[in-house]
Design a protein around this ligand. Structure first.
Ligand code: ADP
Ligand code: MG
Length: 242
């Protein structure tokens, strides 16, 4: 059984067809990097995987649950999907511990002690065990993004989706966040990562998916797709970003 199964996925906004038939199977423990030009539909694809956007056609299943089934408990299914965005969206009025416990308590119904125990364990994973009492404004962008990753991990997701998690960061802060993601990959987390970090894709991804114009143009092991792409569109894109 695949961790994520996407079949015949289409998404239109009005007359704009943004996803034009995506089929992707992602195995448990697989790390897939999605690359492609701005506007090619990468974010829309991730947003359809956790139903932040409703697909216009096709099916999406995560961890054996078909999210596009009208009878599914979508809130329950969505809890199994961790999402990390370019903008970290921490609650400014809560300290780090509060940010990592609030959804555990409100959504999963964990008591305070349990939520804090899980939060501390996950803050340790992202290297921020010493920041539990800090407020977001006192943290660097890289630290805030690592708190956002800990917050997602604290919900015990079956899969983690990352949408350009380092694009908003100063260059010197990118490495710490990528390091945390690399460690997660090494632990066997199933991950879909939209990124322009080609060295990360090359070293960490099991598979690279190149999208353009709402379709998957080509995919395969990073050595092949990045080092010797088959399609002209992939070559043109890589020539710009490498
Ligand atoms: P990428 O992440 O690859 O840059 P997106 O998935 O964000 O691409 O966007 C793909 C296309 O869909 C773009 O043309 C964008 O303007 C359009 N789009 C995305 N979200 C919406 C929306 N909510 N309403 C209308 N158009 C949208
Ligand atoms: Mg995007």
């Amino acid at each position: 059984m695949s961790a994520i199964e996407i079949r015949g996925l289409h998404k239109t906004f009005g007359s704009l067809e943004v996803l034009r038939g995506i089929d992707l199977s992602i195995e448990s423990g697989e790390v897939v990097c999605v690359i492609g030009p701005s506007g090619s539909g990468k974010s829309t694809l991730l947003r359809c995987v956790n139903l932040l956007e409703e697909p216009s056609a096709g099916t999406v299943s995560v961890d054996g649950v078909e999210l596009t089934d009208p009878d599914v408990d979508i809130d329950a299914a969505r809890r199994r999907i961790g999402m990390v965005f370019q903008s970290f969206n921490l609650f400014p009025h809560l300290d780090v511990l509060g940010n990592v416990t609030v959804a555990q308590r409100k959504v999963l119904g964990r008591d305070k002690a349990e939520a804090e125990r899980v939060a501390r364990r996950n803050l340790e994973r992202v290297g921020l065990a010493d920041k539990v009492g800090a407020y977001p404004e006192k943290l660097s962008g890289g630290q805030q993004q690592r708190v956002a990753i800990a917050r997602a991990l604290a919900m015990d997701p079956a899969v983690m989706l990352f949408d350009e998690p380092t694009s908003a960061l100063d260059p010197e802060l990118v490495g710490d966040v990528l390091g945390v993601m690399r460690a997660l990959a090494d632990e066997g987390m199933t991950m879909v990562v939209v990124t322009h970090e080609m060295s990360f894709a090359r070293e960490v991804a099991d598979r690279v998916v190149f999208m353009d114009g709402g379709v998957v143009v080509e995919q395969g092991p990073p050595d092949r797709v990045i080092a010797s792409p088959e399609h002209e569109r992939t070559r043109t894109f890589l020539a710009r970003v490498l």
